[in-house]
Design a protein. Sequence first.
Length: 441
Amino acid sequence: MIMNTGFQVLTVLLLGDIKFLPITVGVVIGLLIMILLLVCSALVSGSEVAFFSLSPSDNEHLREGKNKKSKVLINMLNKPQRLLATILISNNFVNVSIIILSTYVSNSLVDFSNAKLLGFVFQAVVVTFLLLLFGEIIPKVYATQFGLKFAKFMVFPMFVLEKFFSPLSSVLIYSTSIIKRYFERKKKKFSIDVLSDAIDLTVDKHDDKRILEGIVKFGNIDAKEIMKSRIDVVAIEINSPLSELISIIRSVGYSRFPVYSETFDNVKGILHSKDLLPYIYEKDDFKWQKLIQAPYFVPETKKINHLLEEFQKRKIHLAIVIDEYGGTFGIVTLEDILEEIVGELNDEFDETENLYKKIDKNIYVFEGKTLLNDFYKIIDIEDDVFDDIKGDADSLAGLILEIRAEIPQKGEKFTYSNFLFYIEEADKRRIKKIRITINEK
């Protein structure tokens, strides 16, 4: 008797007093639209699997296809982020619409006001099950088996949706790219720190340690950090007579020279000294300009590991570094890149350029043009010591300008952290020499 009573109570709690309402035209229209949306959900969900699971042979078949459908499909597959964003946005719009319509239809057919638990179960469980079964599982299983056929069937509908949702997908792609870059930087920094610590713990020889640390940091260095700035570059004006050209080559002994017209911002090519050897006895009117080779321009932010690959691929040794406005920023050579790994390279003809002089254990005098990368190596400190203050500076003089926010006068001194800077030589335009004292912490 008690069990029967309990069962009746449970039945009342679950079912309550539900009332079936009459079917109206609005309910019929809602059901039809819901079925149509469920079909759309199935097609969009299947498209995700179909587009992104095409085999290499399927892709080759599409490239060989001459019809418009194959060409449009290839173009869409070449922009996978935009395609995926379109699919996700479309699918979410359709699924949300189905849920809203199912709520309207169920409330119009059945009065759940006295059986709210049953109403929740129907709307949350039954509708979700139907949506997953017919809108996700079945179409994705089918698309896995017939990927190319499904992709061809959906190519034009997805093309239209891609254009329609273009503003939303652009925002989504931009947002995810910011997050991706953030985590990539964190991951890269973590990896470099871990590898550096491992090198410190396991490598005893100084030279081996320096080379390994150079390799670890190699992919994180921009071209502007190792280049020779434009004021230190020896370049040749394209209208120079042959005698003047030979005089310049003899005086500096370089193997390659940038050739410019009127201003160094207008570089026309690169001249190899060896190409001029057969013509050194020609007259001044000799057209040496026919010997110059096409220049290779790189942005200042070009990573040197990628630049090394370009040098190998193009079989060149010198690139012109340009700034964001297209002006010449400096030059970077293959030797500059290799020196980041193995240290300074000098052949028997190189004249040693003394960028610094060590006065005492913790006292140095540096040329203002010394690159920060070289500065860190010379005094043996971590390359992130000045990260909070250096801004876009790449040289020691640039670092001083970032700290002072003006060109200091000769004799001025100031401190940053445990570094004492003393300006030994400067003029109105440049900081030439800096004495640096490193105080013990």
